[in-house]
Write a protein that binds this ligand. Sequence first.
Ligand code: NAD
Ligand code: DAU
Length: 331
Amino acid sequence: MHIVVTGGAGFIGANFVHHVVREHPGTQVTVLDALTYAGDRRSLDPVADKITFVTGDVADAATVDPLVAAADAVVHFAAESHNDNSLAQPWPFVQTNVVGTYTLLEAVRKHGRRLHHVSTDEVYGDLELDDPAKFTPETAYNPSSPYSSTKAASDMLVRAWVRSFGVAATISNCSNNYGPYQHVEKFIPRQVTNVIDGVRPKLYGTGANVRDWIHVDDHNAAVWQVLTRGQVGQTYLIGADGEVDNKTVVETLLELMGQPSDAYDLVSDRPGHDLRYAIDATRLRDELGWTPKYTSFRDGLAATVDWYRANEAWWRPQKNATEAKYATLGR
Ligand code: NAD
Ligand code: DAU
């Protein structure tokens, strides 16, 4: 099989390419990535001689069309992915997440190719802290931020292209990922690299918000299962029963890094900040037999801390610019 992986120089996409090269070596991989601030070709260095890399925009039909024509399937990770950025400057989110997905859909429609669209649990909005419910594939869409609303729009485009044009597509909606090669703007890498730099971690609001953490390798193993064995037209929720509140995440990180567990600061909250996400992954588990390998969040977090300690050359170039951006937001 020949797959095009969009956004393959980003956090999850790069880990997916590593996963495919390692676990499914007969697969031919072409990465399409615009190398925005969030993309880093160095994340693909360990597999560089086993893949083809194309620098380009998913919203550019002239770039996308021949790549799709030459492949069997597209796995679509490319997106603007950070909520805080979407609040500061929404337009790139509309362009890449909505127009980019539209452009890919038109190419897979024209060439009769398979598409897997990688999406987020944030399309469902949020849950109360004490609500026993979790998100299921039947939960109504109710996105809160410019980021999540553009992802919701992209999911809707995929569903419409499946129904109206018979495009062979699947969608997955996953919860918060952690692991190697994640940009230092995101919660866990930001705090780990702050502690390495002797800076106190910063918790938005009261730190009570809950995220349903999953290791990126478990997410990517599920994406492969859905791509190769999922039912066309179906939506799969991906999550590993990893609900933890932000305060506990920071306290655990501080403890793992040899600091007092209260050595953090509370900062101003993110506008519209979703309270809690929680995934019911029953369909994925029952239909495709997927189970997560990382069952201890603490162990996965410890391995992630080790990775950031060992790979300062990878994240250091982004750190100052990222913190300068946060400083303008007062966070
Ligand atoms: P990321 O920001 O780390 O990487 C995004 C990649 O897409 C970068 O390499 C960037 O250069 C590329 N890109 C951006 N605009 C592009 C364009 N116009 N054309 C081509 N490439 C472009 O994001 P991530 O965290 O790896 O997320 C990947 C996907 O997974 C996204 O679709 C996101 O919505 C989804 N997702 C992320 C999470 C998470 O916890 N990070 C959870 C669920 C779903
Ligand atoms: O749920 C899936 C989503 O998870 C993905 O779709 C997004 O692409 C991904 O970025 C992530 O979104 P979040 O907004 O949940 O992730 P982020 O890492 O920005 O923040 C995680 C939580 O930590 C959130 O409640 C906000 C909080 N936070 C974040 C930062 C950067 C802090 O308390 N302090 C911080 O410095």
